[in-house]
Design a protein around this ligand. Structure first.
Ligand code: GLV
Length: 319
């Protein structure tokens, strides 16, 4: 009998075909719209593939045959890893294939926030650009030759460092659990403690995964240590930042601007004060969202799930 794989959100046809070649597929383009069927499918599932489903004790209790969970994302804060391990289930994510695309998104946020691209785009489109011209107070900040502080120097962090160093002649500071010699040797990245990084950086970019240790990592104290001209970028997970502290730091001009791909609550609430600040550039959590990269992520996740249900080694295991 073929193993059963539950696909719990939209997946590219190529990846679905790959799984179907060796497995029975139960496909939900949006599991939330069909919870009774989804729960029924879990009872038979050997493999589970998708993005952002909270996998906790309650869910695992409904999936007694589960052998592997393949996240179609690099982040895996949706998974209770200690519990998954304890139950002898395998888990995989999709590192590497999205590094360039996410680094591009971060550069876009840095440039957009520093050079006030969305604000000035609106200025032009709403008829503000007249013969009277453009005011000094609409000027932005340079990105080139500035100091970029990267908190979390993994694959995406070092891909960003490469762009910043060679594309924009930036100086790179970083803070990480362990030293990243490759980034130090190749991009002249300088390891430093958080305090020093926050005080010296013109751009502060958070790239840490969300874990119990990194939840609320950047709060009131950290914003108070940044330069008044600092541009803060978050493309990791909203909960790594204390959003109330971020709002206060922006409202009181403690920092200059922010570029955000992620929020504490997603989709972001319509009345979130961040949405009405002209110096905040927002994106709807689309760091890796290009056609090419999302296809690669889907294929890698599909390869992981098939490997897991057929007793082969996962390509990119989490543990
Ligand atoms: C996106 O946020 C990811 O973790 O891949």
């Amino acid at each position: 009998m073929k193993p059963t794989v539950v696909v719990y959100n939209r997946l590219y046809e190529e990846a679905l075909e790959y799984i179907r070649a060796s497995c029975e597929v139960v496909y939900f383009t949006n599991y939330k719209e069909n919870m009774p069927e989804f729960e029924k499918a879990l009872k038979e599932a050997d493999g589970l593939i998708g993005t952002r489903l909270k996998v906790d004790e309650a869910l695992l209790d409904q999936a007694p045959h589960l052998k592997v969970i393949a996240n179609k994302s690099v982040g895996y804060d949706n998974l209770d890893i200690p519990l998954i391990k304890k139950r002898g289930i395998l888990a995989a994510n999709t590192p590497g294939v999205l590094d360039d695309t996410v680094a591009d998104t971060i550069v876009a946020l840095m440039l957009a926030a520093a050079r006030r691209v969305p604000e000035l785009d609106q200025f032009v489109k709403t008829g503000g650009w007249t013969e009277k011209g453009f005011k000094d107070h609409q000027f932005g900040l340079d990105v080139h030759h500035k100091t970029l502080g990267i908190i979390g120097m993994g694959g995406i962090g070092s891909t960003l460092a490469k762009r910043a160093r060679f594309g924009f002649d930036m100086n790179i500071l970083y803070h990480n659990r362990s030293r990243n010699k490759q980034a130090e040797n190749t991009y002249d990245a300088v390891y430093c403690q958080m305090d020093e990084l926050l005080e010296r950086s013109d751009f502060v970019c958070v790239m840490t995964p969300l874990t119990p240790e990194t939840k609320g990592l950047i709060g009131k104290k950290e914003f108070s240590q940044m330069k008044e001209t600092a541009v803060f970028i978050n493309a990791s997970r909203g909960a790594v930042v204390d959003e109330t502290a971020l709002i206060e730091a922006l409202q009181s001009n403690r920092i200059w601007a922010a570029g955000l791909d992620v929020f504490e609550q997603e989709p972001v609430e319509r009345d979130n004060p961040l949405l009405s600040m002209p110096n905040v550039v927002t994106l709807p959590h689309i760091g890796s969202a290009t056609e090419e990269t999302r296809k690669k992520m889907a294929m890698l996740a599909a390869e992981n799930v098939v490997a897991g249900v057929t007793g082969r080694e996962l390509k990119t295991p989490i543990f």
